[in-house]
Ligand binder design. Structure first.
Ligand SMILES: *Cc1c(COP(=O)(O)O)cnc(C)c1O
Length: 220
């Protein structure tokens, strides 16, 4: 089942869109089943779980931190994390930069934007971003590699609203690219779309979809 779904999802994606299998709460056995099917990008949302799985599982897995990250936990994942999706403050960016400096690594990050109508979701607003992402602030971050943006749509059946939110994220990406990152080649990713809404995200230009329950079944 797991391998079938992975092949089926991959077959439906355009070349620019990559699948991240969201393995939070899932067993090592299930992750290995996905790995045997050729899957190499996995997403986790808790630092402790991410570190444990990194240590136990094959070293060619690319681990994505997709959850809310606390500054005091950055150091545990800094040496190996492939991409941090949920960077939602200048303070967190600065901490990641500091940890990157310590270990001599430029750590790949995405800026998380608040696109949903729900209160609970983390992320910059466009106004915050304009304040925080000044050239002066960005230039001082020598151990961050900014790779693009990430967002989560509202949990709703209203597909028009979901599409609208993904469009807003894609447009934010374009604006940032023009104003701050036109010469930064790595700034090219838009991480959006989950099990229930990824087909819409793909149509709106997603380059990373983060799919969990569709692949692994419902989480416990
Ligand atoms: C859990 C999670 C996902 C995957 O959700 P599914 O609905 O199981 O596909 C994607 N992104 C983030 C940030 C998550 O926390």
């Amino acid at each position: 089942m797991i391998s079938e779904t992975i092949h089926q999802v991959n077959a439906s994606l355009p070349v620019i869109t990559k699948l991240i299998a969201v393995s939070k709460t899932q067993s090592m056995d299930k992750i290995m089943e996905a790995y045997e099917a050729g899957q190499r990008d996995f997403g986790e949302n808790k630092v402790q779980e991410l570190v444990a799985k990194y240590e136990a599982l094959p070293k060619d897995i690319r681990w994505h931190m997709i959850g809310h990250l606390q500054s005091n936990k950055v150091k545990y994942i800094a040496p190996f994390v492939h991409l941090i999706h949920g960077v939602d403050s200048l303070k967190l960016l600065q901490e990641i930069d500091k940890q990157g400096q310590k270990i001599g690594r430029k750590i790949p990050c995405l800026l998380q934007f608040h696109i949903a109508q729900e209160e609970s979701k983390f992320g910059f607003s466009m106004e915050d971003a304009n304040e925080s992402l000044t050239q002066k602030n960005l230039n001082s971050l020598s151990h961050i590699q900014l790779c693009g943006v990430m967002g989560m749509a509202t949990f709703t059946d209203n597909t028009a609203q979901i599409r609208q939110e993904f469009k807003a994220l894609a447009s934010t990406f374009k604006t940032l690219k023009q104003h701050h990152f036109s010469s930064v080649e790595s700034f090219q990713e838009i991480s959006m779309g989950m099990s229930d809404d990824y087909p819409i995200a793909v149509e709106e230009g997603s380059t990373f979809i983060r799919v969990g329950s569709k692949i692994f079944g419902e989480r416990l």
